[in-house]
Design a protein around this ligand. Structure first.
Ligand code: XMP
Length: 429
């Protein structure tokens, strides 16, 4: 193992991710573990040079003050108690805090500042090989950042012992399924099962206008398709998952209640009993991107904007029809191309088009038309809870309007959504 580690043990602090990030910022790898970790489990973690007992307002659980096992206090690994309630106060001043942390990590624990992506990848490759042995791993590869980075890491670690399943449900953006095949099958030589499930999804969705019903159908059908593929493959014992650290935080810890339950690939039947391989579960999003870059994934995959699981399904408003689905896919591709050309890619947090189930009167080549309209949405946010609207230059909007109305079949109008969140949400359904 190449990296030293400082283990943060959660004694009810709300600042576990913050302190882990501060330690990583000093160049030392850090992981957060629950307070009831045993000494044997702690010792089994690679290269633990020190422990931070991170106490805080949630230290009292069900009337009892939680603590780590006595044997952990007594062991030979240096420990620092931080208590955000004031028993062992942690300096509020950032400079003092950094000095205290540096003193503990480097002077007392003797840790080395050897946390970087190359070392992280080397360590994870070793850990994955140890976990998996000569067995096989299955991964649902959507082409999103997290699943792509996990795929690249697993390919590096175990090559053809990994089978990736890419389900094309017909609701992906233009060029995405092709990019998944090109990057993973052609360039990385992965075992990739490409499932064309477009008709299957669109048939199930036909006539369904209610957004939550659409989401349920898409999620449920995805699991069924994936399950069918899993059953075709023999001897799979592990399931790779692109769980990242914020997913774990949102699902709650032993001391902090869940924000929301999180399922990356939830709901597989119980007889498909896989052990999980989750090599990114201790990384924050920016670190996942850095990992993907270090593994050679293209920027267009690593830095892509967030995209909802149900994909274009929730941007083709109301009951999905193939003509409107194509119109939203094509107009979205034009919007993305123009934003990239004009320096807005990477600046605007999320931008896309949506197509309502609405036709309006227009005129084309001196003839009256009755065609669809397309809505442009471009928003900025920190946490997706609130959002502001990007001030897109008017001449660029007009240029995009001209392109969409001339290049996208069946569209005669383009609208720009001025609404902040609240009162609007980012998506339209
Ligand atoms: P809203 O529309 O709630 O969106 O303001 C906030 C963020 O969440 C994304 N989003 C989804 N992501 N499944 C997802 O994985 C969904 O059903 C879903 N709905 C919204 C949205 O794109 C935005 O980034």
């Amino acid at each position: 193992m190449k990296q030293d580690m400082i283990a943060v043990l959660d004694l009810g602090s709300e600042e576990n991710p913050k302190i882990a990030r501060e330690i990583r910022a000093l160049g030392v790898y850090s992981e957060i573990h629950p307070h009831d970790i045993t000494l044997a489990e702690l010792k089994a973690l690679p290269n633990v040079k020190g422990i931070i007992l991170n106490g805080g307002p949630n230290r009292v659980v069900d009337g009892v003050s939680i603590d780590v096992a006595k044997e952990i206090y007594d062991c030979d690994i240096p420990a620092l108690l931080v208590d955000h309630r004031g028993d062992a106060p942690w300096p509020a001043d950032d400079g003092e805090r950094e000095t205290a942390l540096k003193n503990f990590i480097f002077t007392i624990c003797g840790a080395e500042a050897n946390w970087n992506m190359d070392n992280f990848i080397a360590d994870q490759v070793e850990l994955i090989r140890n976990q998996v042995g000569d067995k096989k791993v299955l991964l649902a590869l959507s082409g999103g950042v997290d699943s792509s980075v996990v795929a690249a890491l697993l390919i590096k670690a175990i090559g053809k012992q990994l089978t990736c399943v890419h389900v094309n449900h017909g609701l992906l953006r233009k060029g995405e399924p092709e990019q998944v095949v090109q990057v993973f099958r052609d360039e990385m030589d992965a075992n990739l099962v490409y499932v064309d499930a477009v008709d299957r999804f669109l048939d199930k969705l036909a006539g369904v206008a209610e957004p939550e019903k659409k989401r349920k159908i898409i999620g449920g059908e995805f699991i069924r398709v994936f399950e069918e593929e899993a059953r075709k493959l023999d001897g799979i014992q592990f399931l790779g998952q692109g769980t990242i650290y914020p997913d774990i935080i949102e699902s709650g810890t032993k001391t902090v209640k869940a924000v929301k339950s999180h399922h990356n690939v939830g709901g597989l039947p119980e007889d498909l009993d896989f052990e999980l391989v989750e090599p990114l579960k201790m990384l924050f999003k920016d670190e996942v991107r850095a990992c993907g870059k270090a593994l050679g994934l293209p920027d267009s995959m690593v830095y892509r904007q967030p995209f909802p699981g149900p994909g274009l399904g929730v941007r083709c408003l109301g009951a999905i029809t193939r003509d409107r689905l194509e119109a939203v896919r094509e107009s979205d591709a034009i919007l993305r191309e123009e934003f990239a050309k004009n320096g807005l890619e990477g600046k605007v947090w999320q931008y896309f088009t949506a197509i309502p189930d609405l036709k309006s009167v227009g005129v084309r080549d001196n003839r009256r038309t009755e065609e669809w309209c397309v809505i442009i949405r471009a928003v900025n946010t920190v946490d997706a809870m609130t959002a502001t609207v990007e001030n897109v230059p008017f001449d660029l909007l007009q240029h995009i309007m001209t392109r969409i109305t001339s290049e996208v079949k069946g569209v005669n109008r383009v609208l720009f959504d001025l609404t902040t969140k609240p009162t609007g949400t980012i998506e339209w359904e």
